[in-house]
Design a protein around this ligand. Structure first.
Ligand code: BG6
Ligand code: MG
Length: 215
């Protein structure tokens, strides 16, 4: 018998492949600023807040700017990103995600969103998935980005469960670390080499059943 009461899903790179849109927008900014930004570099930005991501990007490019310019640069990146996500629809929900969520609902396991993105609500609405969630914690509700556990702990608190009764689904190194910091087991979505601190790693949700919740 599983003790799991809540599954907490990261959004970008777990429910939808928006990680690619974040990457394209950051790379476009790097291009404009005159330096290279690779897929490998991008791993460091996953799960990290917008402003923290910009800091990492500028560090990679060896650039320094004043606060005002940094805010403009982050805004520019976000404007491009928003252009990409406004075109999204249900077809961009990653394979197996909806089936797995339906399975959880049948078992009375609650579903939460734990994302630091401030664009989370518009993505969920565009892909018509908002009503699947019992709790939505996004970047507008937290002040600390992953690896801080705030986003996951807030979801547990809102649903009135203990951290150890939750399971986190994450594609980011910072997100797996946030789950560890929250005292929650995690399932990495992606590569076991990158997500080596997760309790389990799978390539995606296709054919996933409840045995994934046994640790
Ligand atoms: C996370 C992404 O979900 O949200 C990060 O993994 C992103 O790459 C962060 O920087 C903040 O997103 P947004 O949409 O608020 O810029
Ligand atoms: Mg993610």
């Amino acid at each position: 018998m599983s003790i799991v009461k809540v599954c907490i899903f990261d959004l970008d790179g777990v429910v939808v492949d928006t990680a690619k849109y974040h990457f394209i927008a950051w790379r476009r900014l790097a291009d404009e600023l005159g330096f290279e930004f690779t897929v490998e570099d991008n791993e460091r930005l996953k799960g990290v807040s917008r402003m923290d991501s910009l800091e990492i990007l500028l560090e990679i490019g060896g650039k320094t700017y004043d606060e005002e310019t940094k805010i403009e640069l982050a805004q520019k990146k976000n404007d491009w990103y928003v252009q990409y996500i406004t075109k999204m629809d249900e077809s961009e929900i990653l394979p197996g995600v909806k089936d797995f969520m339906t399975l959880l609902k049948k078992e009375n396991i609650k579903i939460a969103l734990g994302s630091v993105s401030k664009n989370a609500m518009s993505i969920l609405n565009n892909i018509h998935l908002t009503e699947y969630f019992d709790s939505i914690i996004d970047g507008t509700k937290v002040s600390n980005a992953k690896p801080d556990p705030e986003v996951f702990l807030n979801a547990a608190k809102e649903l009135n469960v203990l951290p150890q009764e939750c399971v986190v689904f994450e594609d980011a190194v910072a997100g797996i670390q946030a789950a560890i910091n929250a005292g929650m087991p995690s399932v990495g979505i992606g590569s076991p080499e990158i997500l080596n601190k997760a309790n389990k790693v799978v390539p995606g949700f296709e054919n996933m059943d409840l045995s994934i919740l046994e640790f």
